[in-house]
Ligand binder design. Structure first.
Ligand code: B4P
Length: 191
């Protein structure tokens, strides 16, 4: 079973590359950002709570996203594997994911981190904000807050997988296809 974590700051290209990877490897795409936006568009209580935090560039509480991922793993018992996109975003989420997978006799195969500088991240997100209508992409102040949340709470997750010898970092600047080829190259080494 191939279980890949795509890692990197907001706007690094995790969602973009996940879409290509699920096609190539026939995996299930689990994006906590997409799942949360789904709750918001359905107007659920969880979505209303999450929206306030997301619009302000903050992370949603661990127990909320861990619960969503747990439900999705249970709902996809016959999957060949998963791409985790935007999850885990804290060390507590990473520990919970290990436990969830262990209970299913599975484990993370590896994490691939996309490295992109802050200026390029801000440029990409503002560009996407023009089309997507995502409130968290429209405002430079919120984008900088998201990058700070990443540096404070999410960057340490890399160390968690480094300790398990499951971490590789690649350059996330270049064409989408060039970056995809680099990810595929790393991924072959995890298989
Ligand atoms: P996410 O939805 O996960 O979004 P993201 O980090 O903004 O984007 P990603 O890296 O996937 O970028 P993309 O490919 O789209 O998170 C949103 C919010 O949800 C978080 O701030 C948080 O509040 C909450 N949340 C989600 N998961 C959570 C968790 N686990 N715990 C707590 N809270 C959580 O690319 C961005 C743009 O760049 C696109 O427009 C794309 O076209 C462009 N692009 C991509 N690759 C490019 C390239 N190579 N060159 C140029 N442009 C490129």
């Amino acid at each position: 079973m191939l279980n890949l974590v795509l890692f990197g700051p907001p706007g690094a290209g995790k969602g973009t590359q996940s879409k290509k990877l699920i096609e190539k490897y026939d995996l299930i795409h689990l994006s906590t950002g997409d799942l949360l936006r789904g709750e918001i568009s359905q107007g659920t209580a969880l979505g209303l709570e999450a929206k306030k935090l997301m619009d302000d560039g903050k992370l949603v509480p661990d127990e909320v996203v861990i619960g969503m991922i747990s439900n999705k793993l249970d709902a996809n018992k016959k999957a060949k594997g998963f791409i985790f996109d935007g999850f885990p975003r804290t060390v507590a989420q990473a520990e919970a994911l290990d436990q969830l997978l262990e209970s299913k006799q599975s484990a993370i195969s590896g994490m691939i981190a996309l490295e992109v500088g802050d200026e390029e991240l801000e440029r990409r997100l503002l560009e996407r904000g023009k089309e997507s209508g995502r409130p968290d992409d429209a405002n430079p102040e919120v984008i900088r807050k998201r990058i700070k949340e990443y540096n404070d709470k999410t960057a340490p997750v890399a160390g968690f997988y480094q300790q398990q010898d499951k971490f590789t970092s690649i350059n996330g600047v270049g064409s989408v296809d060039e970056i995809f080829d680099a990810i595929v190259g790393v991924n072959e080494s995890y298989n």
